[in-house]
Design a protein around this ligand. Structure first.
Ligand SMILES: C[S@@+](CC[C@H](N)C(=O)[O-])C[C@H]1O[C@@H](n2cnc3c(N)ncnc32)[C@H](O)[C@@H]1O
Length: 274
């Protein structure tokens, strides 16, 4: 199935294949992962941005004390390994999953340089909605700035998949995007941008441009209630983490938690698998 939502990632993945070095990949396509641009960027700096976030999030979400050195982690939407390198230093085994196979190749290169590559497995999410991983095979399933980029049905399918592959007693730590006032303009602009990506010959070029890509790739807004409707039977102790700048969500079966490190337009589901 080819989704419009896949276009900018495939375009960035193909662009990354043309680059002569990992540093060049970060200069040319690194902005698709952390929104940072510059001709002096390097893979080392790029990975540092991930290092700063991994433990900070897990600690803020009350998971800093879990026995990471004996645990396995699945990362949905690893990209070129910005956070994966850090995870590979913290966890016994890491499975990096992504829609784009070229990103996974670059991810392996990143982890080889800045992490523990013998702990890494990669897994291609070819259809953008199914993980080629066994049931109950991971202690923690993590996803950051990825589910918001999927077609809504695929994002919910990936939530089901995250729950399927998490062991009983393991955790899901999943990031989503919610509505903010700017969406009055951003949402219709995004729809128009995604339409242009289908135009013959110039569509793929537009999809590689920063502004149209950024407008079009935020493909869904899911609420905690919508995600819990999918997950509530499979989880216990569900916590929703939001920005202090966003009002509480009041989703049944969840507690409301605040962390300053959460972007105003984001929220996280942190829950234990039953
Ligand atoms: C904004 S990047 C974030 C990457 C990484 N989490 C980080 O913070 O650097 C989003 C990633 O999700 C991947 N992605 C987008 N849609 C996906 C899908 N349906 N299934 C799996 N991966 C997807 C993209 O290829 C891209 O690597």
């Amino acid at each position: 199935m080819t989704r419009r939502q896949h276009v900018p990632w495939k375009a960035a993945g193909s662009a990354s294949e043309q680059e002569p070095s990992a540093d060049d990949v970060v200069r040319e396509t690194g902005w698709v992962f952390n929104n940072v641009t510059g001709s002096e960027l390097s893979l080392a700096e790029f990975v540092t941005t991930g290092d700063r976030e991994t433990l900070a999030y897990l600690t803020a979400f009350g998971l800093g004390g879990v026995d990471m050195p004996s645990m396995s982690l699945v990362e949905i939407g690893s990209g070129i390994g910005r956070m994966t390198a850090s995870f590979s230093r913290m966890f016994a085994r890491v499975v990096a999953c992504d829609l784009d196979a070229a990103f996974l190749e670059r991810c392996r290169e990143t982890v080889a340089q800045f992490g523990e590559v013998h702990r890494l497995q990669t897994s291609h999410v070819a259809d953008g909605r199914s993980l080629q991983l066994a049931d109950a095979s991971a202690d923690l399933v993590f996803s950051y700035i990825t589910l918001q980029h999927c077609h809504r049905d695929d994002a919910l399918a990936l939530v089901r998949e995250a729950l399927r592959v998490t062991k009983p007693g393991g955790y899901v730590v999943l990031n989503f995007r919610t509505w903010v006032p700017q969406d009055v303009l951003l949402w219709p602009a995004g729809k128009i941008s995604r339409l242009t990506w289908r135009l013959p010959s110039i569509g793929p070029k537009i999809a590689q441009m920063r502004l149209p890509a950024r407008l079009g790739w935020q493909a869904n807004r899911l609420s905690p209630a919508e995600v819990m409707a999918v997950g509530k039977a499979s989880v216990t102790g569900a916590r929703i983490f939001r920005s202090p700048k966003h009002r509480p969500f009041h989703a049944t079966g969840t507690t409301d938690d605040v962390f300053e490190g959460v972007h105003r337009s984001h929220w996280w589901l942190v829950a234990e698998r039953r």
